[in-house]
Write a protein that binds this ligand. Structure first.
Ligand code: FAD
Ligand code: 2MC
Length: 379
C-alpha cells in the first residue's frame, strides 16, 4: 500500500493550484459581488484538460482517475470553492454523457463540452422532491420526434447561465425505474428560468429554477436507455460527492494556511498569538481534521476508481465527514482571526458561507448517513 501521490499526481495538483492562484483567487471576491463567473474562464480551464477530467481519452477527455480529479478540485478550491464546485457539476455531466450516451449523443455534445464552449448543468431536484429524488414529477412524454418535457427543476446551479442541461424526468412508472435522463439545449422552445436565488454562499454561481413547459427535444437527446436515468444520475453523484468533499478540503486548507500566517503576525499581550498554547492546540486539532479528511477522501476515490463493492458508501461517508470537518475548520479559522475574520476582505467569512451548502447539496449529510446505515443493517 502506497499513500504517496505519484509525480504525475503532484504535477496535476500543482498545475491546478497555480491556475487558481493566478486567475481565480484575485477575482473571487469580485465574482461573488457580481454574482457571475465570466464565461471566458472556462475555455482557459479546458486548455488544462479540466473540461472532462474523467471523460475517457477516446472521447477527447483527460481520462484521469476520480482520485486525480479530487486533486484538481482540492487545489482550485484553495482559490475559490464556489468556482471549483461549479466546474465539478459540468464534469459530472460530461462524464455521464461519456459513460452512458449513444455515439450520436457523444458526437453531438462531448467535443464542445471538453472545450467548455458548452457548459453543462445537472437537473434532478424539484420543488417537491430533493432528498427523495426518485419521487420527481417532471414528465417526459413520447412524441413523434422525441420527448415533450413538462415540469420544474429547483435549485439548479447554472440555471439560465449554462449552455445545456441534463434533466432527469419521468418517462414511465412511479419510482426510480420510471426516470430517464435527457439533454436540453439552452434556447429550446418551452425552456425558461426562475429568478436568481439570493443565497448565503456559492454566490458567484447563479442558481435558478429550470422550467419546462412542453419543451420538445429530439429522440437522440435521450441519455442512454429509457428508464435508466435515475441510476445514471446516482452514479454521477458518487463522483460529484467526492469532488464536493475535495472543495471543502481545499477551502479549509487555504483558511488554515492563512490563519497560520495571520497568527504569526498578530500580537496580543506582548507576543504573537501563535504563542498561546490554547490556540496552538486548536491549530493541531484542525491539522488532524484535515489530514484525516484527505486520507479518507482519497481512499473513497480509490474505491470508486477500483470498483470496490462498498464504493458508494465510502463516497457518502467521505462527503459527510469531509464537508463537516471543512466547515468546522473554517469556523475555527474565522475565530482565530478575531474581528478581522468577520470582514469580507480577509476572505474567511466567504469560505464559511460557501462551505455550508456542501452539507446540503449533492445529497444532504442526513442522506449520506442513510446510505451508510442502510448497508450496515442490510446483511
Ligand atoms: P429535503 O429533501 O426537503 O430535506 C429537508 C431536511 O430533511 C434535510 O435536512 C434532509 O436531510 C432531511 N431529510 C429528508 N429525508 C430524510 C430522511 N429520510 N432521513 C433523515 N433526514 C431526512 N439540485 C440539482 O439537482 N442540481 C443542482 O445543480 C443543485 N444545485 C444546488 C445549489 C444550491 C446552492 C442548493 C442549496 C441546492 C442545490 N441543489 C441542486 C438541490 C440540493 O441537492 C437539494 O437541496 C438537496 O438534495 C436537499 O433537498 P431539499 O432541499 O428538497 O431538502
Ligand atoms: N450509485 C449507484 N446507484 C445508485 C446509487 C448510487 N449512489 N444510489 C442509488 N442507486 C441505484 C440503486 O442501486 C437502485 O438501482 P437498482 O434498483 O437497479 O438496484 C436505484 O438507484 C434506486 O435506488 P434506491 O432503491 O436506493 O432508491 P431510494 O429512492 O430508496 O433512495 C437515495 C435513493 C435516497 C439514495 C437517492 O434518492 C439520493 O441519493 N437522494 C439524494 C438526492 C441528491 O443527492 N440530490 C443531489 C442533486 S444534485 C446537486 O445538489 C448539485 C449541486 C449538482
Amino acid at each position: 500500500m502506497d499513500f504517496a501521490l505519484s509525480d504525475e499526481q503532484t504535477a496535476i495538483f500543482d498545475m491546478a493550484k497555480a491556475f487558481g492562484d493566478e486567475f481565480i483567487a484575485p477575482n473571487a471576491l469580485q465574482w461573488e459581488k457580481d454574482e457571475n463567473i465570466p464565461k471566458d474562464l472556462w475555455p482557459r480551464l479546458a486548455e488544462l484538460g479540466f473540461g472532462g477530467l474523467y471523460v475517457s481519452e477516446e472521447s477527447g477527455g483527460s481520462g484521469l482517475s476520480r482520485l486525480d480529479a479530487t486533486l484538481v478540485f482540492e487545489a482550485l478550491s484553495m482559490a475559490c470553492p464556489s468556482v471549483a464546485a461549479f466546474l465539478s457539476i459540468h464534469n459530472m455531466c460530461a462524464a455521464m454523457i461519456d459513460k452512458n450516451g449513444s455515439d450520436a449523443l457523444k458526437a453531438k455534445y462531448l467535443e464542445k463540452a471538453m472545450s467548455m464552449e458548452t457548459f453543462f448543468s445537472y437537473c434532478l431536484t424539484e420543488p417537491g422532491s430533493g432528498s427523495d429524488a426518485a419521487a420527481l414529477k417532471t414528465r417526459a412524454e413520447r412524441t413523434n420526434e422525441g420527448y415533450a418535457l413538462t415540469g420544474t427543476k429547483a435549485f439548479i446551479s447554472g440555471g439560465g447561465y449554462s449552455d445545456a442541461y441534463i434533466v432527469m424526468a419521468r418517462s414511465g412508472e412511479a419510482g426510480p425505474k420510471g426516470v430517464s435522463a435527457v439533454v436540453v439545449d439552452d434556447g429550446a422552445d418551452g425552456l425558461s428560468f426562475g429568478g436568481l436565488e439570493d443565497k448565503m454562499g456559492w454566490r458567484a454561481q447563479p442558481t435558478r429554477q429550470v422550467q419546462l413547459d412542453n419543451c420538445n427535444i429530439p429522440a437522440d437527446n435521450l441519455l442512454g436507455d429509457e428508464g435508466k436515468g435515475f441510476t445514471y444520475a446516482m452514479q454521477g453523484l458518487n463522483g460529484g460527492r467526492l469532488n464536493i468533499s475535495a472543495c471543502s478540503l481545499g477551502a479549509a486548507q487555504s483558511a488554515l494556511d492563512k490563519t497560520l500566517a495571520y497568527m504569526a503576525e498578530r500580537q496580543a499581550f506582548g507576543k504573537p498569538i501563535n504563542q498561546f498554547q490554547a490556540l496552538q492546540f486548536r491549530l493541531a486539532d484542525m491539522e488532524v481534521e484535515l489530514q484525516a479528511s484527505r486520507a479518507f477522501l482519497r481512499q473513497a476515490a480509490w474505491k470508486l476508481d477500483t470498483g470496490a463493492p462498498d464504493a458508494v458508501q465510502h463516497c457518502a461517508m467521505a462527503k459527510k465527514f469531509v464537508t463537516e470537518a471543512g466547515s468546522r475548520v473554517v469556523d475555527g479559522c474565522l475565530q482565530l482571526h478575531g474581528g478581522y475574520g468577520y470582514l469580507a476582505d480577509y476572505g474567511i467569512e466567504k469560505l464559511a458561507r460557501d462551505l455550508r451548502v456542501h452539507q446540503i447539496l449533492e445529497g444532504t449529510n442526513e442522506i449520506m448517513r442513510m446510505i451508510v446505515a442502510r448497508q450496515m443493517i442490510a446483511a
